[in-house]
Design a protein around this ligand. Sequence first.
Ligand SMILES: *Cc1c(COP(=O)(O)O)cnc(C)c1O
Ligand SMILES: [Zn+2]
Length: 371
Amino acid sequence: MAYTCFTCGNKYSLSEKLFRCSCGSFLQVEPHGFFSKRQLSRRDLSIWRYREAFGLPERVEPVSIGEGRTPILRRKVEDTPLLFKLDFLQPSGSFKDRGASVLISLAKSLEVSKVVEDSSGNAGASISAYAVAAGIRCTVYVPAYTPEGKLIQMKLFGSEVVKVPGKRQDANRAVIEAAQEAYYASHLWNPFFTMGLQSAAFEIWEQFGGKLPPRVVVPIGGGGFLEGLYLGFVALKRAGYVREIPKLIGVQAEKCPPIHRAFQEGLPDYREMEVETTVAEGIAVQKPPRGKAVLQALRDSGGHTIGVHDEEIISAEKILFSLGLFVEPTSASALAGWRKLPREEREGALVMLTGNGLKETKKLSDLFLSA
Ligand SMILES: *Cc1c(COP(=O)(O)O)cnc(C)c1O
Ligand SMILES: [Zn+2]
């Protein structure tokens, strides 16, 4: 097995500590094997029940703190039936634990002693949790607007936190410099993070009794979650376990919509654009490095993108509160997107809820309790 460059096709050994190709493009991993249904019946419910699908070398041992197998709820919103997958119920409070578990397991097997990451919050908290569990030191570069709850989490897990003034993109520039000396455990670049995110697709398939919903609605920042779900569904199809994959609906904030615009304009990759601050700071990624793969996944699945305004996110958040679901505004963007779909696309769709609201109580209080 090897890393393959998405753009130029260059190959690299999995023992190399890299996060991108020398041509500047992002990498992919092509697993050789897949799990069998028989194997699954004998395994516990963590994401590691699907390990063959992650494409890791065999010697890699899982760094696991209980990630995976989140509940699916059936509900009605505005008289239309839908499903929620509660992926905010993970050890560190977001779906990113699926990717961090796989990526940090690889880093540990490579005897990495220090990782660096850049994040507006959840990825930094998640990488911090798995790094400390693996005995690896961690530094996270964060933008100035990172919510307090997520910073506290990183610090209590023992990570060094470096606040980078300016935009999210400036934290990215800082970490790429730091990556010359340490392993860049990047949720935006590293394909093993994406390979771990596939586990959500496999769970949906098992939880639906071997079937899949017609549509899956996902917030898009870097787009790794959407790409991971897509790769997981495609792998199920290739294995002959399903006949069709769900259409993927990607939701972006109108204040930072590089993937949404590129999809609308029929472009193969995002183009540079000015962005603004949004209440959904977790999906405000101005330059999503895996953009080409994300756009390809959207198109190949037969899905599309949808843009949501901050007021629509806030109004979706109120609906989630009324159902007893406490997620952060970034996560509520998925329901905001679902509400803008035509009725036939809304019915029976599965909406991914990605991040726990308990980390953002200050912002939620400002938004909903102070007016
Ligand atoms: C990171 C994040 C997203 C976006 O995921 P991508 O893989 O970057 O597209 C969505 N919701 C929450 C809560 C997040 O933390
Ligand atoms: Zn390349």
